[in-house]
Design a protein around this ligand. Structure first.
Ligand code: ME8
Length: 653
């Protein structure tokens, strides 16, 4: 089976930024995922080099369009390897093969009567490089470029797009996956519910010369969109190349919502006119804003991918963008957001799991994967979580729901961290009679890490390679290079020699100018105040405003206390066993306000995603929220609860 995945070809009137980087990372991740599934994949990106905007940009720089496009196209080409993006082909619309194929297509469509000459008056937006309808304007301006369109009246060539309107509507209705997510499919269908105008596909050379000459009239060049969309065919050797045969039937395009109309309406109608089968799927994502503001040169908040790589590392950038944006919706970039994710998801959750497990394997079993011989309930739970992670990961990655796929992976990471807490390998290591159980626990951890190495490969190729090296696995080993064979529990061979590697993700300090994060477990200054609640680093005091995104990172849940006991030698601490919905231990600093008997059966609100810490020898996996008050001059804590009982584990929003 084959997969052909494309990004838009980017205009060379601007340098690559975060938006371009995201689309390209998405396409690369998907292509790596499909390779992992055993498919033959072709990934294509490139640059769109004709048209008004480019001619103008070259003029501004005082260079010829050719010189200008060569320079900027080179910048795009050089950016992708920095992001670990490996396109199979980089197309430029100034490539001679592209130009000759576009001309051959124009001639054919013209000869069959689908292109005609006419006079037209319309509202033209230079930013969009297309005529806009009255309906698309907001207060008389193009909503994307905040500019009034120019009224242009001229004779031009038109493509009979309207002729294919019904066929396109039928196709979209019959193929629910043709445009995804659904909101964009609905948007297109709604647009198509009105009669479609024909598409102006030429520009007179009196106005623009930087374009592909029309083969049937030398006084005109081709409209940039008609030229650009055809890159998806010319890049794979249309009409006769073998790659066209192999890959076109599996074509999937990734774009942002700004260019939905050209891809969902112009392009399929062009394909229908050309007699070429339609692409398989169009994946439409939202916009990246920066600090909740639209990215724009004039505001000076354009984020450059090479700077992000320099500052945070390529895998952090890839992970952050894929995890943070719900595909289809807008997202906001902030350095605070990326650092928080790096510290919590990558350094704390993944990095710690990896380094702790490797350290224990090294210390207790001489850095060699031991056999698994003794099974218990926690093993079954870990294996189950791994199996359901794989199912959910595959389904979400295939459907472009990367954030969900990654969430499933992090559920396994969190389960594995709990597995360590529950099994206490350090305690097993002290008892020679428990050597086989210790070996089994360590085997399961090594195997979990192998599975993580496998599923993280498309998202963070460099980190996955480091993990593979640490686990003593070879890059092209089926167990980490193929989801079919590698996705089966038990793939890490007993006797594998582990290697020591550097820390995967060193923690980063939050920038001082950023608002304080809602959850910042490491902040020493907060230890004192949080100790009043449960004695571990916890919620920051509200000394600063936090954003909605930051609040969303807090995972609050309702937990039911099923048992409680005092912790020896501590007046303040109670060891609580809670269901939320799974069982976990929380050490809470409430012993001066509550007896163990009083709290059993209570439903309380906990912070469920706090990094586990050891308090008086007990590992605490969360924090119980309590109000601080005074009764008769004495400070007292009052547990938070819900007004009506709810199922344990219910989320608190
Ligand atoms: O439209 N957030 O090129 P372009 C997310 N040449 N993605 C963004 C973004 C943002 N803020 N800004 C840009 C063109 N993008 C045409 C395409 S294809 C045949 C011709 C990404 O340089 C996103 O993929 O304006 C968007 O669709 C694309 O860049 C537009 O790139």
């Amino acid at each position: 089976m084959t997969t052909y995945i494309t990004t838009p070809i980017y205009y060379v009137n601007a340098q690559p930024h975060l938006g371009h980087a995201y689309t390209t990372i998405v396409a690369d991740t998907y292509s790596r995922f499909m390779r992992l599934c055993g498919e033959r994949v072709r990934l294509q990106t490139g640059t769109d080099e004709h048209g008004d905007k480019i001619a103008e940009a070259a003029e501004c720089e005082g260079v010829s369009p050719r010189e200008y496009v060569d320079r900027i196209s080179g910048m795009f080409r050089k950016t992708w390897p920095l992001l670990e993006v490996e396109p199979d082909h980089f197309i430029r619309t100034t490539d001679p093969e592209h130009i000759s194929t576009v001309q051959a297509i124009l001639q054919r469509v013209h000869d069959q009567g689908d292109i005609y000459f006419d006079k037209y008056t319309g509202l033209y937006c230079k930013g969009c490089e297309r005529f806009l309808t009255e309906k698309e304007l907001v207060d008389g301006l193009c909503p994307d470029h905040q500019q009034a369109p120019l009224e242009i009246s001229e004779q031009n060539y038109f493509f009979r797009m309207s002729r294919y309107q019904q066929q396109l509507i039928d196709h979209i209705k019959e193929n629910p996956e043709f445009i995804t997510p659904e909101r964009y499919r609905n948007e297109v269908l709604s647009f198509l519910s009105e009669p479609l105008e024909d598409l102006c596909i030429s520009r007179p050379t009196s106005r623009l010369t930087w374009g592909i000459p029309l083969p049937f009239d030398e006084n005109f060049v081709t409209y940039v969109w008609f030229d650009a969309l055809i890159n998806y065919l010319t890049g794979i050797g249309y009409p006769e190349g073998p790659d066209f045969e192999d890959f076109w039937g599996a074509a999937e395009h990734v774009i942002a919502k700004d260019i939905l109309k050209p891809h969902a309406i112009y392009w399929p109608t062009m394909l229908l006119a050309m007699g070429v089968p339609l692409y398989q799927r169009l994946h439409v994502h939202g916009y990246w804003n920066v600090d909740e503001t639209k990215m724009s040169k004039s505001i000076g908040n354009v984020v450059r991918p090479e700077e992000l790589v320099e500052e945070y590392g390529v895998d952090t950038l890839r992970y952050f963008t894929l995890r943070e944006m719900s595909f289809g919706l807008d997202a906001s970039f902030s350095s605070d957001g990326i650092i928080t994710r790096k510290n919590s998801d990558l350094a704390n959750d993944l990095g710690n799991l990896f380094s702790r497990s490797l350290a224990m394997l090294t210390k207790y079993v001489d850095a060699t994967v031991p056999p698994h011989t003794v099974d218990d309930e926690s093993d079954v739970l870990l294996r189950k979580t791994a199996a359901s992670m794989l199912v959910s990961y595959r389904q979400h990655m295939a459907n472009f729901e990367f954030h969900r796929g990654l969430r499933a992976v992090w559920e396994l990471i969190s389960q594995a961290n709990k597995y360590i807490v529950v099994n206490e390998p350090w305690a097993l290591a002290k008892d020679p009679e428990k050597a086989s159980r210790l070996g089994s626990v360590l085997y399961n951890l090594a195997e979990t890490l192998r599975l993580l190495t496998l599923v993280l490969r498309p998202v963070m190729p460099g980190t996955s390679a480091k993990m593979a090296a640490g686990l003593g696995l070879v890059e092209d080993d089926q167990s980490i290079s193929n989801l079919e064979t590698g996705g089966v529990w038990g793939g890490i061979p007993v006797g594998t020699r582990l290697q020591s590697i550097e820390s995967l993700f060193p923690r980063m300090d939050q920038k001082k100018k950023q608002p304080v994060a809602a959850v910042n477990q490491q902040k020493k200054s907060n230890k004192k105040s949080s100790a009043k609640v449960n004695g571990e680093g916890a919620l920051a005091q509200a000394e600063n405003i936090i954003t909605f995104d930051q609040v969303q990172k807090l995972e609050l849940r309702v937990a039911e206390i099923v048992s409680a006991e005092r912790i020896k030698k501590s007046d303040r601490l109670l060891k609580l066993t809670v269901m939320a919905p799974e069982e976990r231990i929380i050490v809470a600093g409430i012993a001066e306000s509550y007896s163990p008997e009083e709290v059993v059966g209570q439903q309380v609100i906990i912070v469920a995603n706090l990094q586990p810490v050891k308090l008086m020898g007990v590992v605490s996996q969360g924090m119980v929220l309590a109000a601080k008050t005074e009764v008769n001059g004495e400070s007292r804590l009052v547990l938070t609860t819900v007004s009506t009982p709810v199922p344990p584990g219910s989320g608190v929003a």
